[in-house]
Write a protein that binds this ligand. Sequence first.
Ligand code: BG6
Length: 501
Amino acid sequence: MDSNPLRDGLRIEPAPGPTILVIFGASGDLTRRKLLPALYRLARGQRLPHAFSVIGVARTPFTDDDFREQFRQSLREFARVEAADDVADSLSARLHYIHGELDDAALYDRLREKLKAIDENSGVLFYLAIPPSAYGTVSGRLGDAGLSTQAAPATWRRLIVEKPFGHDLDSARALNALLHKHFEEDQLFRIDHYLGKETVQNLMVFRFGNGMFEPIWNRRYIDHVQITAAETVGVETRAAYYDSVGALRDMVQNHLLQLLTLVAMEPPISFTAESVRDRKMDALLAAQPLDEGDVVRAQYGPGWVDGKEVKGYLQEPGVAPNSTTETYVALRVSLDSWRWADVPFYLRTGKRLPKRTTEIAIQFKRPPLEIFRRARVSSVAPSLLIVNVQPDEGISLRFEAKIPGTRMQLAPVMMHFRYGTTFGGEVPEAYETLLLDAMIGDSTLFARHDFTEAAWALISPVHERWSASRESRIPAYEAGEWGPAEADRFLATEGRRWRTL
Ligand code: BG6
């Protein structure tokens, strides 16, 4: 166990009561890559409930032993745990498996029996790690089988729903309506894994746990905000999903709008799920409809990334040869509010960019009076606050300083806070935080139904416009470049530049 005096006491860690986690899609990719390794790390940190079991559910005809073997493999592959240790052994003994068709009522009878046999007085967390097309079926079957009913506080029933949550406004509304047939809103936990990232949570602490930033966090002092989520990977093996979705719906509708609202929200009155999510909702509702000129899209062509030659998007396996799916998107979002009027939020995300990095940069206004002009300083660089979401988690402040010497010369300098150096130890993975929060019943870091709908309401018209335009090609950028020239011009027309990362 890590022990670092700086870390101790920083977290208020309520312990979850007895829990059975039921994973639908237990033989799938998400379970192997993320969920099982996250459970192992939680167990290692002694943060799982004392009474805890997992029931894997899927079509694959596994036995309990097969599922346990899959757990071992996933630890080797995705958690770099080579040899089984006591923690893995003890968790493995608590894994169970049942198989069947997700729309077969008999499967849910078997599930009910299994839950009873393990502990009928336990809370149950259902996890939908399955294709979105099956969300309605499973939640409906759970409801019909009486498995969504909470008889007593200790026997709570909760449902975690993975992304994508719908593919446009209508489908998101329909999905919310389906889920609400059997589950109350406070039983629903819609995952956006960005909210589980440590730096993203810290954004709230930074803003509302300090007195010095909030007074300048507004249009009077801030010129604009840039939010970047850059990836070096291409579409990988996910063309079947990605080619019908694209960057706008894959990254902006959820992750980037979550980051935007955390920067833009008013202070909540308390750190509770409803208060925080109400204020985020206000911020999102202030976003003005996106016009054609507010969005740039593009697709990567062949190029070089990390010293390796890579294919263009259209040459990737599984991508339609004439696909116009965007792998890069840049947007200008304007918030009509007293705090943010005339402060643009620029968002950009793309695959096959030169570097994997996610950051939020708050650029402050220049001083109103350039009193150092006589020092032949052509222009004073604006102060900048950078939240490094990943991979080098931390916060940096750039400001002007005098270069030592007899002459008055200025240069921008940096002040850094780095998680790694300050706190040491491992930063928990988003899925650890989110699984634990759902077991505790804290939905602060999950998307509420109205947020998912408002996010789609903002994004869907852009996508509909693209679909209607029937363009046979969209702008291209070379893999390994920072997006298309159009995205640079887009900011240049407003006298601004994307940050060089
Ligand atoms: C997922 C997207 O939600 O987020 C992927 O579907 C993307 O396309 C991923 O690669 C990025 O997540 P992270 O945590 O690596 O920034």
